[in-house]
Design a protein around this ligand. Structure first.
Ligand code: PAF
Length: 285
């Protein structure tokens, strides 16, 4: 049994945050959908460096899934998550119900352009409006000083940075580099869907992106590098490729070189599992 305190309502969350604030303590929030792995725990450890108290939220957000997506089969393990959060030094788990987040009569949505356009936004049109809605609610509910997100979902990180600025929400958004397995595969809760054979082949996503990022950073032709990634993914048995694209690292506007810091991003299907990954592309000075 984990001894991590759990709150499930906005009122209880605010009472705890209010008590901390009254004691002069700063607060960090790590928003998650649970099924926690070492990548999430790194976010919690970083949050501990940045604030006196760390809240992790675990909420599988229906608003960011389309009806045909994996909301129902998304892995859920609150007891396991609580034990991992305790070991990483988290102080409070916020695990609201869907009804608490979206009470009867809920009628608000968010729509974004800019960094939400293209990439995953083109293939999962529901996603970033749903992410912006739930993360802005979490920011308003918890009122943290800082919130920590992984670069694994790089487009999501840029979307969160954008709406936080656009809406003047006084939260510092901190991004942390992707945590990877020894062979380079990015950690993801959805890796649990992969068979051992699929997992073996899926590593080609990170390897192909890493090689292409190095080639573009060295001044190589970006179109050829992107084609090279597509060919390697097809050869590794990815069933289909949603996108392989080079974007400006901040605005996510399409670019063709690393004249400014850029990001190479891809999404592809290994069997029934959609995997995403991305790499920084920074030309040597
Ligand atoms: O990255 C995630 O796990 C989710 O998209 C987030 C940020 C917790 C919002 O539901």
């Amino acid at each position: 049994m984990s001894s991590l305190p759990v709150v499930r309502t906005v009122a209880d969350l605010r009472a705890q945050v209010g008590a901390w604030r009254a004691g002069g303590l700063s607060v960090a929030l790590v928003p998650t959908m649970g099924a926690l792995h070492e990548g999430h725990l790194g976010l919690v450890r970083r949050a501990r460096d940045l604030a006196d108290r760390v809240i992790a939220s675990v909420f599988v957000n229906p608003a960011q899934f389309a009806p045909h997506e994996d909301f129902d089969r998304y892995p859920r393990d609150e007891a396991g998550d609580a034990a991992k959060l305790t070991s990483a030094g988290c102080h409070l788990l916020y695990a609201p119900s869907v009804r608490e987040m979206y009470p009867e009569g809920f009628a608000t949505s968010m729509a974004m352009t800019g960094p939400a356009e293209g990439l995953c936004g083109a293939f999962r049109p529901q996603m970033f409006g749903g992410v912006a809605l739930v993360v802005s609610k979490l920011f308003i509910q918890a009122q943290p000083d800082v919130a920590v997100f992984g670069e694994k979902d790089y487009q999501q990180l840029q979307v969160v940075r954008r709406f936080t600025r656009d809406l003047d929400i006084p939260v510092h958004v901190e991004g942390l580099p992707t945590v990877r397995e020894a062979d380079g595969m990015a950690l993801s809760s959805r890796n649990a869907y992969l068979t051992p054979d699929e997992r073996g082949r899926a590593v080609e996503l990170s390897r192909a992106l890493s090689d292409a990022a190095a080639a573009i950073a060295a001044g190589g032709d970006s179109a050829a590098a992107l084609d090279g990634v597509r060919a390697r993914l097809a050869a590794a048995g990815f069933a289909s490729i949603d996108y392989v694209e080079l974007r400006d690292a901040e605005s996510l506007a399409p670019v063709t070189s690393a004249a400014r810091p850029a990001r190479l991003l891809a999404a592809a299907w290994m069997g029934r599992t959609r995997l995403i990954d991305n790499m920084p592309v920074v030309a040597a000075a």
